[in-house]
Design a protein around this ligand. Structure first.
Ligand SMILES: [Mg+2]
Length: 382
């Protein structure tokens, strides 16, 4: 079998799908994207296609190494997301060719069902209690919300109390019936993270995510030493080589690599194993589309330390399309009691409705994250 063609589709809300065709008639799909820079990653995917077209798609490890090491400059969000989507599509082809889901190719399942969590509250967290109440009735009991809006590098008690008040409201409304992670989203400086973690500790969040930006990763260990709240990060780290530094330094309890940003299934499978060796849990980042989620689930069912799966159903980013709009086998993605079963179909387990993808790609929006500013006019982290 040989790879014959790459086709990319940019679609709402902010996704990029890659179709890889072969001369055997088997087609694989991947989702190589950086949210807000879809065209940049699309260009990288097509540039890398020349290393893959004409190759046997079964040689995933060699193709991966060629894409990574074959370029003198490597790593980073754009190249590793491009490799990620290509890698996913190759696994999809291999599974379909052999008639088994990818988790069978990776040694078989370690669990029967995977726990998921649901986003609530949007970019500017408000109305959390109402949103959680609704989802609790729908069977979800695990949530994530943003901890704050923009926050100054040094802020006083009014700003701190606003963050804490939301968490207090959730605990007061639901007690221990719900679990929740709090995403600081890189909006919080190291000094303020120290203050907030101490204030939030009594309300026992499952984790605090990106307590500071990954550029400030040396603070993870110091912050972890100051709190009992498990700390999470990883959506803005792109390879084993990025993760080895934070694992060696210590401080993170939960790694969140994104199989659409960090080199795909091949690389994230290795990152999960590195985390397991450090007694660190694994929770793939996935605010993206259905191919990305399918890739995450393939890993969740083989990684012993996988604890939670993010998904984008109802997420605030999904304007114009939701997670399953381009999917034929929607029933396979059913979430029961907050858990999802292993996808039964061969390959990644997602059947893409190509006609609807083509139609949606004709007038796809160019999504951008908002650029926020502090009250003094300076740029704020979003
Ligand atoms: Mg996050």
């Amino acid at each position: 079998m040989k790879v014959t063609r790459f086709t990319t589709y940019r679609v709402a809300p902010r996704w990029l799908f890659l179709k890889v065709e072969t001369d055997a008639g088997i087609t694989g799909w991947g989702e190589p994207v950086i949210e807000g820079r879809a065209r940049t990653v699309e260009a990288a995917v097509h540039e890398l296609a020349e290393y893959v077209v004409g190759r046997d798609p079964a040689q995933i490890n060699d193709i991966w190494q060629t894409l990574y090491r074959g370029g003198f400059y490597r790593g980073g969000p754009v190249l590793m997301s491009a490799i990620a989507g290509i890698d996913q599509a190759l696994w999809d082809i291999k599974g379909k060719a052999l008639g088994v889901p990818v988790y069978e190719l990776l040694g078989g399942r370690v669990r029967d069902r995977m726990r998921t969590y649901r986003w609530v509250g949007g970019d500017r967290p408000a109305e959390l209690v109402a949103a959680i109440g609704e989802q609790l009735e729908a069977g979800f009991d695990t949530f994530k919300f943003n901890g704050s809006e923009e926050l100054a590098m040094l802020a006083g008690p009014r700003a701190v109390d606003a963050v804490v008040a939301r968490v207090v409201a959730v605990r007061e409304a639901f007690g221990e019936r719900v679990d929740f992670g709090i995403d600081f989203h890189g909006r919080v400086s190291a000094p303020m993270a120290r203050v907030l973690l101490r204030e939030l500790e009594p309300f026992r969040p499952l984790f605090v995510e990106e307590p500071v930006l990954p550029e400030q990763a040396e603070h993870y260990r110091r912050l972890a030493d100051s709190t009992s709240i498990p700390l999470a990060a990883g959506e803005r780290m792109y390879s084993r080589f990025d993760f080895k530094r934070v694992l060696a330094e210590g401080g993170l309890a939960l790694l969140q690599p994104d199989p659409s940003h960090a080199g795909g299934i091949t690389e994230c499978h290795k990152i999960a194993a590195m985390a397991e060796a450090h007694d660190v849990a694994f929770a793939p980042h996935c605010p993206l589309g259905p191919i990305a989620l399918a890739a995450c689930l393939q890993l969740d069912f083989v990684a012993y330390n996988a604890v939670l799966q993010e998904h984008s159903i109802g997420i605030h980013y999904n304007q114009g399309a939701d997670l399953l709009d381009y999917v034929v086998n929607r029933e396979d993605f059913r979430i029961d009691g907050g858990c999802i079963a292993a996808l039964p179909r061969p390959g990644l387990g997602v059947e893409i409705d190509e006609a609807s993808v083509i139609a949606a790609s004709r007038d796809a929006p160019d999504w951008r994250n908002p650029v926020w500013r502090h009250a003094d006019g300076s740029v704020a982290e979003w």
